[in-house]
Design a protein around this ligand. Sequence first.
Ligand SMILES: [Zn+2]
Length: 78
Amino acid sequence: MLCEFCAGETVKKRVKRHHLYNRRLYIVENVDAEVCAECGERYFHAQTLDAIDAFLADDHPVKARMDVEIVSMNQATA
Ligand SMILES: [Zn+2]
């Protein structure tokens, strides 16, 4: 497919994706994506995103856990 932003060619790749599900943040590895070779924009099929939701909804193996900080650059220079 062609990138919506720069019209570059996309290539199929497996990537790591930050995914929100039920108000929790997950880092999901090996997700099928189309990645723009020019600007790096990533595209996911709705089917792929549904498959992640379904995977997370069920009992699933967890590779690792990490703490996540939420910060805002608005306050960085105060
Ligand atoms: Zn692009």
